[in-house]
Write a protein that binds this ligand. Structure first.
Ligand SMILES: Cc1cc2nc3c(=O)[nH]c(=O)nc-3n(C[C@H](O)[C@H](O)[C@H](O)COP(=O)(O)O)c2cc1C
Length: 184
């Protein structure tokens, strides 16, 4: 059954925004009704059955607006299926998983979301913003490491999980997260 899904992202240089769009595209391919929005433009999450939230990583932190989004909507997110991702690793360590920053881990636990999946990022001269990013983009970290096969496969897994879950079982005020939704 088609679900209404929000993919909300926080991105500085555009790489995470593109990942969010591809997640949205894949979910649409699976028949879902999807909005892909910058977290700062989301009016509310009431219309959505499920929410995917992603942020770029900077100095091992999520962008502030993404953390604010999770904090602001924590109760509504708790009553929905939620998936988290972050994008960042570039260069030789592009395939290394990044742990969730403490603030995000804490919020994920409250929401009952599984740990964020890590997607490799992009750091290129043409899109780099800020002195440090431009400097790093001139070194051996430079490049577009985004893995579209991995991104689409993850979105397809989300679609399968959505198909397996009846909306009615999630839209209720829950005192404890539904079993199996949080691993840590
Ligand atoms: C100053 C700076 C710090 C960064 N810190 C991290 C980090 O801690 N972990 C990581 O995986 N990637 C880090 N990155 C890489 C970015 O997360 C990567 O370029 C990402 O794709 C940018 O996403 P955006 O284009 O959506 O802003 C850093 C990049 C810059 C420029």
């Amino acid at each position: 059954m088609a679900k209404k899904v929000l993919v909300a992202y926080a991105s500085k240089m555009g790489a995470t925004a593109d990942i969010a769009e591809v997640i949205g595209d894949e979910l649409r391919n699976h028949g879902h009704d999807v909005d892909v929005l910058d977290v700062t433009t989301v009016k509310g999450i009431e219309p959505y059955d499920a929410v995917v939230v992603g942020s770029a990583l900077y100095i091992r932190r999520w962008r502030k607006e993404a953390v604010r989004f999770l904090r602001h909507h924590v109760d509504e997110l708790r009553a929905r299926q939620v998936w988290l991702f972050h994008s960042g690793p570039v260069g030789p360590d592009k395939d290394q998983d990044e742990t969730m920053p403490p603030a995000v881990r804490h919020l994920a636990h409250k929401i009952g979301a599984t740990p964020a999946v890590t997607f490799p990022g992009r750091l290129e001269r043409a899109t780099a913003k800020g002195f440090l990013a431009r400097r790093l983009a001139a070194g051996d970290l430079a490049g577009d490491s985004r893995d579209w096969v991995k991104v689409r496969a993850w979105a397809a897994d989300i679609s399968a999980a959505l198909d397996a879950t009846e909306r009615s079982s999630w839209h209720r005020p829950v005192a404890t997260p539904p079993a199996g939704n949080f691993l840590g």
